[in-house]
Design a protein around this ligand. Structure first.
Ligand SMILES: NC(=O)c1ccc[n+]([C@@H]2O[C@H](COP(=O)([O-])OP(=O)(O)OC[C@H]3O[C@@H](n4cnc5c(N)ncnc54)[C@H](OP(=O)(O)O)[C@@H]3O)[C@@H](O)[C@H]2O)c1
Length: 294
């Protein structure tokens, strides 16, 4: 089954054409050479016929022996033949025509390639313009969906905070007023969008205040991946419109006053999951799980 396959010498099409052309040229030159020899012998024969054997001695057009005209006419055909072999066939023969055709085809192909690239570029610009932004919920929730108590987080997981920082860096983060107030200061390198029903809610410079989730979505329109970072009330409302959930599932249950909504697997598909044991920096085992909307 895996025995050696005998290799046959292969000549590609281009090489074959070159060989065929060379053979044709040799034949053309051979025929010209034969013509030349026949011309020499024939001319000698005509001269002998006329001068020695006296054939047509009385036939002297323009007072010249007839063999002179015969040899000249033949010479004209020989020159014509030579011209054909060295000029017409060499420069304007079938091979030359094919070469010109190939050149034209190659030029056209080049132009088509340039046009294709142009169209592809325009298409990719259009698709990236059309690409919908991906509203992502990011949360850490216990087995019983607990997420907070007394407006604070319940656990300390160093890896979860790192993941939160990495994923949300440079993006807009949408949150409820209570979650915003649970931070000692706004988080660096992120644009905060705080939702509140209060009309004159005071915030530090750079923080955006809106009065509804719809207004929050308007405020983050330029961001391809805005994040909803909590808390319980905002998660509940965002579940219906989010495209993705990045959840840190803490493998323990806790007493709490704020919970994450149940993830309905009819609407959400798990697309990634990594389990981590507890260690000195993470007091509970946990899994990073990603869901996308079905
Ligand atoms: N584990 C996690 O990943 C995580 C993440 C974030 C937060 N948390 C925890 O969650 C808890 C906070 O969550 P929470 O549910 O109590 O509060 P929250 O969702 O952070 O904020 C609720 C506030 O948001 C405003 N709000 C809500 N819906 C609104 C709407 N449709 N229009 C306008 N304003 C609206 C209201 O503010 P006003 O009262 O000012 O009108 C409301 O009181 C804390 O314990 C926090 O530590 C946990």
């Amino acid at each position: 089954m895996f025995g050696k396959v005998k290799k046959e010498a292969q000549i590609d099409k281009e090489q074959l054409e070159l060989i065929e052309n060379a053979q044709k040229r040799i034949k053309q030159k051979k025929r010209l050479y034969i013509h030349f020899v026949v011309f020499l012998i024939g001319s000698l024969f005509l001269i002998l016929l006329n001068l020695v054997l006296g054939f047509g001695k009385d036939f002297m057009p323009f007072n010249t022996d007839w063999f002179v005209f015969a040899v000249l006419i033949w010479l004209f055909f020989l020159i014509y033949h030579t011209f054909n072999v060295f000029v017409t066939h060499r420069f304007m023969g079938k091979a030359w025509e094919q070469e010109q055709l190939n050149k034209l085809v190659a030029k056209q192909k080049e132009r088509i390639e340039v046009l294709n690239q142009k169209v592809e570029k325009e298409n990719s610009v259009q698709t990236s313009e059309k690409k919908k932004s991906e509203l992502t919920i990011i949360v850490a929730a216990a087995e019983n969906n607990a997420i907070g108590k007394d407006n604070q987080l319940i656990w300390h997981l160093s890896d979860d905070l790192k993941r939160f920082k990495n994923l949300t860096k440079g993006h807009h983060i949408i949150m409820g007023r209570k979650t915003f107030e649970s931070f000692p200061n706004p988080l660096p390198n992120r644009t905060h969008v705080v939702i509140t029903r209060q009309e004159h809610y005071k915030v530090p410079e750079g923080v955006i205040v809106v009065n509804s989730l719809e207004d929050a979505l308007d405020a983050v329109r330029s961001d391809m991946q805005p994040f909803v970072i909590g808390g319980g009330e905002i998660y509940k409302q965002a579940m219906a419109i989010a495209d993705r959930i990045e959840i840190t599932r803490v493998h323990a249950s806790f007493e709490a006053d704020t919970f994450f909504p149940e993830i309905n697997t009819a609407n959400w598909k798990k697309v990634g999951e990594t389990y981590h044991r507890k260690d000195e920096k993470n007091e509970f085992p946990y899994s990073f799980i990603t869901y996308t909307r079905v």
